[in-house]
Ligand binder design. Structure first.
Ligand code: COA
Length: 163
């Protein structure tokens, strides 16, 4: 069975990777799908986010990385996937996730949203927090895959140099 793990992944963190790794043990194939056109102002382009995900998931055989426009349920239909994976970090995620899962169910009743609890050590983590730490010159070691740490530092160096 194919599952889709959609998100913004700006950038992928160890929390996301933990979910992806655990999902690969449950599903035959996991498509990690970067959503384009979100209202968020991303630091990384979609292509950069996909490349970082590919590097971070390089050790996982049954994972592919893709991107999509429009509705997640339409993308799932196009890929023949009946499951969307989402993660819950804390109670605060619940309301937003419930709303999204119910709307997705209304849009396509054939697609189920399955929730995985984020591992405790990553329950406080978010892509924005990681970017803020890096911006303030604090190490993000252990919070993001090595490739992300390097790219994050390079990106910040570039923006500080005005490039
Ligand atoms: N570990 C660490 N961080 C995690 C995490 C985990 N396991 N799970 C989520 N997060 C963080 C992310 O880093 C992100 O942090 P940020 O806000 O600082 O960037 C935050 O939680 C939310 O992330 P994400 O899971 O990527 O959700 P999103 O709100 O960025 O994206 C989509 C949600 C893409 C799935 C949703 O907007 C969507 O489906 N869009 C397509 C259009 C559509 O179908 N709309 C109708 C929906 S009903």
């Amino acid at each position: 069975m194919i599952a889709i793990y959609p998100g913004s992944f700006d950038p992928v963190t160890c929390g996301h990777l933990d979910i992806i790794e655990r999902a690969t043990g449950v599903f035959d194939h996991v498509i990690v799908a970067v959503a384009r056109n979100l209202e968020k102002q991303p630091l990384f382009t979609v292509e950069e986010r996909m490349e970082l995900l590919r590097q971070a998931c390089g050790h996982l055989k049954n994972v592919s990385v893709d991107c999509f426009d429009g509705l997640t349920v339409d993308y799932a239909r196009e890929k023949g996937a009946k499951v969307l994976i989402r993660s819950l970090r804390a109670v605060s995620d619940f309301e937003y996730e419930l709303q999204m899962a119910l709307m997705n169910k209304r849009l396509n009743p054939d697609v189920e949203t399955l929730f995985m609890m984020t591992s405790a050590e990553y329950s406080f983590l978010s892509s924005s927090l990681v970017k803020e730490l890096a911006y303030l010159g604090t190490s993000v070691n252990g919070l993001v895959p090595k490739c992300v740490e390097e790219k994050l530092l390079a990106k910040l160096r570039m923006s500080r140099a005005g490039g």
